[in-house]
Design a protein around this ligand. Structure first.
Ligand code: G4P
Length: 530
């Protein structure tokens, strides 16, 4: 796999570190591949494995690993573009959807929200969007598959605003769709990009304004009139572009295109590069750390075990927040107070890995983990501080867990404790039944991986019994929890690993009912800020 030379990577040019958030099938793999092509990181389409190559789900995790394509094992893809270093963080979807998917967003400085024009805003997109909103990071929207018949563009904007509650500002506007798709009109510079068949060069028509006769000639009077009407409507009734609001995540710039036809992607990338933020300051318990601070610091946002079955290795992924990372440097592992040597830093490209010598704020490095690291750990070159704690996110699957062989009880507890600390699974305990543990997972695959690792790493067979809950809500209440008014048959109260109170609900209706019956109670879908 062609990878740029490490020499080039060693320069401190500005980073753009972002994640693509979307529902499965919206075209994330396709768009990622096109972005890599622009960056020269791959030479031909098809180098990024599509989901067909990883379609077979199996309960053997190593088998799953083997069959996974780039979008699962890679975690981060890096390439250069226009004097910027781009880091695309992967957010696993499909059956791989897990807490990792959410946590990855804590390492990103911005997000690209990819929407299928025919399907609009879909459930997984909503969940990921909420995490981005919680962090207040800028969100850029790419509406994909314009080469197919989809929803009306104005209706799509309305849907984004209504379902997600974010204002939108189209940066370009499509003319026709599907068979009738003519291209996009860029509002800022009055440039019309004509849609041509796949692979052909796009044809740009630069006009001084939208009324220009050459545009009318190309589009014909009907489509030209339609374009003029719609753009006028946007000018009058739509939200104007406002960089500050974009920066605060309150306005999303919207782009249209077709990833598969590589149409509108370059236009999107160019504007995205200009508007997306460079790595910014990060909050710690000792104040804000600026990326320009010369002293290295970073935090672990993901731990991946057994990436290489032969070596049983675990890799901790670290987001660099300040200073310069150098291979072999000694850092302070703040939680334990121990020194850690960062000896074999890796950067990942697809299934290949590459040792790197230096890295900068915004970059992600993978470090071999001898069992030292946990999700959320801070590493510093000097200073003893912690970055903000990574929140726990509401699981969607819950199960009680039992050990099959009671002689293995000690191993069982050790395994559960370690895997929950590592962030592989969430563990809740029922208030007065401390022996009864409830496990929570964001995606079903997390349970399979948990079961597999309990057996392979702790020699313990475990049984899981699914529970009928689908939502966890962290409780903020001034009232005595015992006095809360709720249906004790269908809802339970548990404690998370930090002893915070959490309610488990079977459906959204039951959440609303509890809120209605207990006016003093606030429920949170993550432990963020609690
Ligand atoms: P994902 O990673 O978000 O799950 O989506 P992926 O890129 O795998 O794309 C999902 C399907 O949508 C693929 O078709 C892909 O070719 C198609 N697709 C992506 N972008 C566009 C686009 O701009 N226009 C159209 N018309 N289709 C697009 P598939 O048939 O499921 O798979 P394949 O046979 O193409 O691999």
């Amino acid at each position: 796999m062609p990878v740029e030379s490490t020499k080039q990577q060693g320069t401190q040019i500005e980073r753009r570190t972002f994640a693509i958030i979307s529902h499965p099938d919206a075209g994330k793999t396709t768009l990622t591949e096109k972005l890599l092509l622009f960056g020269g990181a791959i030479r031909e389409a098809g180098a990024v494995k599509g989901k067909k190559a990883r379609r077979h789900a199996t309960s053997d995790w190593m088998e799953i690993e083997k069959q996974r394509g780039i979008s699962v094992t890679s975690t981060v893809l890096q390439f250069s573009y226009r004097n910027r270093r781009i880091n695309i963080l992967d957010t696993p979807g499909h059956e791989d959807f897990s807490e990792d998917t959410y946590r990855t967003l804590t390492a990103a400085d911005s997000a690209v929200m990819l929407i299928d024009a025919a399907k609009g805003v879909e459930p997984q997109t909503i969940k990921l969007f909420e995490v981005c909103r919680m962090r207040g990071i800028p969100i850029f929207t790419f509406i994909n598959k314009l080469d197919r018949q989809g929803k009306d563009p104005l209706a799509l904007l309305e849907e984004i605003e209504e379902v997600l509650g974010i204002r939108s500002c189209p940066m370009n506007w499509p003319i026709g769709m599907g068979q009738e798709f003519q291209g996009i009109y860029n509002r800022a510079d009055c440039r019309f990009e004509r849609f041509t068949e796949r692979g052909e060069e796009t044809e740009d028509i630069q006009v001084e304004d939208i009324d220009h006769p050459s545009l009318r000639e190309v589009l014909g009077p009907d489509l030209h009139d339609q374009l003029k009407d719609e753009v006028m409507l946007l000018d009058i009734a739509g939200d104007p572009f406002d960089e500050e609001l974009v920066g605060r995540g309150q306005l999303t710039p919207v782009f249209f295109g077709s990833a598969i036809a590589n149409f509108g992607v370059e236009t999107f990338l160019n504007q995205f590069i200009d508007l997306a933020p460079a790595p910014g300051p990060r909050q710690t318990d000792a104040g804000v750390i600026e990326p320009t601070n010369p002293s290295f610091s970073g935090f672990v946002f993901k731990i991946q075990a057994n990436m290489n079955p032969a070596h049983r290795d675990r890799v901790a992924f670290i987001r660099i927040c300040s200073g310069k990372f150098e291979r072999g440097m000694n850092v302070l592992h703040v939680r334990t107070g121990k020194k850690a040597n960062l000896a074999q830093p890796q950067q990942f490209f697809g299934q290949g890995r590459e040792i790197i010598d230096e890295a900068y704020p915004g970059d992600i490095i993978g470090i071999f983990d001898p069992g030292l690291f946990r999700i959320g750990d801070t590493l510093t070159e000097s200073g003893r501080f912690h970055f903000e704690k990574l929140p726990q996110f509401s699981p969607e699957h819950f199960a009680r867990v039992y050990v099959k062989n009671t002689l293995k009880y000690k191993q069982f507890h050790k395994g559960i404790e370690q895997l929950s600390e590592e962030g592989a699974i969430q563990v809740f305990r029922q208030a007065n039944r401390t022996e009864d543990m409830v496990l929570g997972a964001v995606g079903q695959l997390q349970f399979e991986v948990f079961q597999y690792r309990m057996k392979s790493e702790y020699g313990t067979d475990v049984e899981l019994y699914n529970l009928p809950y689908s939502f966890a809500r962290w409780i903020e209440s001034s009232d005595d929890i015992e006095k809360l008014n709720y249906d004790r048959h269908s809802i339970i109260v548990v404690k998370d690993k930090d002893d915070r109170l959490v309610m488990l609900f079977p459906n959204e209706f039951s959440i609303r009912l509890v809120l209605d019956k207990n006016p003093g109670v606030v429920l949170h879908s993550t432990s963020y800020g609690m």
